[in-house]
Design a binder for this molecule. Structure first.
Ligand code: GDP
Length: 229
């Protein structure tokens, strides 16, 4: 068990992942949420290259330390490694409301999740770029219906205008806090792990991840993010 988790007022460590097709705005959503930043389209390359961010928040009276992981472009090569999924309690599946193809790819992403994470892991579908209403290709009702079918939360958002972004992250964290098995015994969140694996296994998995951070450290020690640029 990590040191931070044994202290009475220690924050609950939550690992979130962003997945979805390339260019749907995963890095932009992360940057908007964690740094309240937006890089104009012409300044952001195909992928901004953020690996992860650590973000502290208080939800339902509980302190939460989020580590939010971005694919940093791995999906372009169809090589998201299983280690990316390890220990996740929540997954944010992103599509672009102005790109039907990115929405149609969601079942493929769900299939990947089935392989790597347990069904208890909280999923939220985010229809991003809602500021591009003029070129919308996916109605909100279609996104919502699909999310309901898949047992996922749903929100439309824009990393550009910030609309819906905080809601997306808050909704997923709230649902995770409503599912104590995910954070009271995080080992359960991983496919194929035994209930007894618990926190030690998760902490070991975190340490094993390339470029991973040690979440047992105090916030000042565990730096707020990484960059693959
Ligand atoms: P990723 O590959 O999924 O991480 O996508 P990026 O975050 O790198 O974004 C891809 C492109 O979409 C960049 O040019 C971004 O500026 C742009 N983008 C991201 N989010 C939004 C948004 O909410 N609205 C608009 N209009 N463009 C966005």
């Amino acid at each position: 068990m990590s040191q931070a988790q044994t202290k009475p007022n220690a924050p609950i460590n939550v690992k979130l992942l962003l997945i979805g097709n390339s260019s749907v705005g995963k890095s932009s959503l992360l940057l908007r949420f964690s740094d309240e930043q937006w890089l104009p389209e012409d300044e952001s390359s195909a992928t901004i290259g953020v690996d992860f961010r650590v973000h502290k928040m208080e939800v339902k009276g509980k302190k939460v330390k989020l580590s939010i992981w971005d694919t940093a472009g791995q999906e372009r090569f169809r090589t998201i490694t299983s280690s990316y999924y390890r220990g996740a309690q929540g997954v944010i599946l992103v599509y672009d409301v102005a790109n039907k193809e990115s929405f149609d790819a969601l079942p493929k992403w769900f299939a990947e999740l089935e392989t790597y994470v347990s069904s208890a892991v909280v999923k939220i579908i985010v229809g991003n770029k809602v500021d591009k209403e003029f070129s919308r290709q996916v109605p909100a009702s279609e996104g919502q219906a699909f999310a309901t079918r898949m047992g996922a939360l749903f929100v439309e958002a824009s990393a550009k205008t910030a609309v819906g972004v905080a809601d997306a992250f808050r909704d997923v964290v709230e649902r995770i806090l409503d599912t104590p098995e995910l954070w009271a015994a995080p080992g359960l969140a991983r496919k194929g792990s035994s209930a007894g694996a618990g926190r030690n296994a998760t902490a070991a998995a975190e340490r094993a991840m390339p470029g991973s951070i040690d979440l047992s450290k105090e916030p000042d020690e565990a730096e707020g993010g990484g960059c693959a640029c």
